[in-house]
Design a binder for this molecule. Structure first.
Ligand SMILES: CC(C)(COP(=O)(O)OP(=O)(O)OC[C@H]1O[C@@H](n2cnc3c(N)ncnc32)[C@H](O)[C@@H]1OP(=O)(O)O)[C@@H](O)C(=O)NCCC(=O)NCCS
Length: 193
């Protein structure tokens, strides 16, 4: 698959980022509650425009790349979040994912819906072996999301990452293809590759 998939879920759609998404991305990424466990402190419109510009030229699945899919409301294509897929540089069968939702859209199961469908894409279309996620150990919402979806908590890495001048603990989560296949909600996305 060379182009970004368009994934249709019940309440959200995942698609390639467009330049018209930049203002919405800048708005939620600049929110301190969203930035708290991310690499940035502040997030400008110029940064969001650069992200959209670079992603417009990115090849989906390029080894070593992060590909950011937009999460939009299914009815009207309004951007409500983004989901990053990191394609390992040295292993075509593994990715790491990360997800962000606008605060106004959290607490409704929309991130769970989006990530569940990323798992469908990973194991049904991309034929991956393993999907992983890492979160700050204090990021309880993110940890709850991955556990809700059946990811295995693989380990706690103590003081392993420097974020905003402080050494942080990180949790590692993983889902293997055979673990995903035993999950009854697997495979219900409509994926247009
Ligand atoms: C991580 C993040 C995406 C999780 O968002 P979220 O909305 O809490 O996640 P979900 O979509 O799984 O929603 C779960 C919540 O919706 C509720 N919910 C309502 N309807 C639901 C449904 N149909 N299915 C699942 N949950 C539902 C759950 O009870 C839960 O509520 P709670 O948090 O009060 O327990 C969000 O906190 C975020 O964007 N954080 C900032 C960015 C970040 O740190 N990302 C992590 C990088 S890996």
């Amino acid at each position: 698959m060379n182009d970004a998939p368009r994934i249709t879920c019940a309440r959200v759609t995942l698609r390639r980022l467009a330049m018209t998404d930049a203002a919405a991305i800048a708005a939620y990424r600049a929110d301190p509650n969203v930035a708290r466990y991310q690499s940035w402190e502040t997030y400008s419109l110029a940064q969001a425009e650069e992200l959209c510009r670079s992603q417009a030229a990115e090849v989906f699945g390029r080894p070593g790349s992060w590909f950011q899919l937009a999460i939009v409301r299914a009815g009207d294509d309004t951007l409500i979040g983004d989901c990053g897929l990191h394609f390992a540089a040295d292993d075509p069968q593994q990715i790491e994912i990360g997800v962000t939702l606008s605060p106004s859209q959290q607490g409704r199961g929309l991130a769970s819906e989006a990530v569940a469908r990323i798992l469908d894409l990973s194991f049904l279309t991309l034929n991956l072996h393993r999907v992983t996620a890492r979160t700050d150990a204090d990021n309880t919402k993110a940890a709850a999301l991955f556990e809700r979806l059946g990811f295995r908590r693989e380990g706690l890495f103590r003081s392993c990452a420097m974020f905003k001048g402080v050494w942080c603990d990180e949790l590692s989560f993983a889902m293997l293809e055979q673990e995903w296949r035993s999950n009854p909600s697997a495979g219900s996305a409509v994926i247009n590759a």
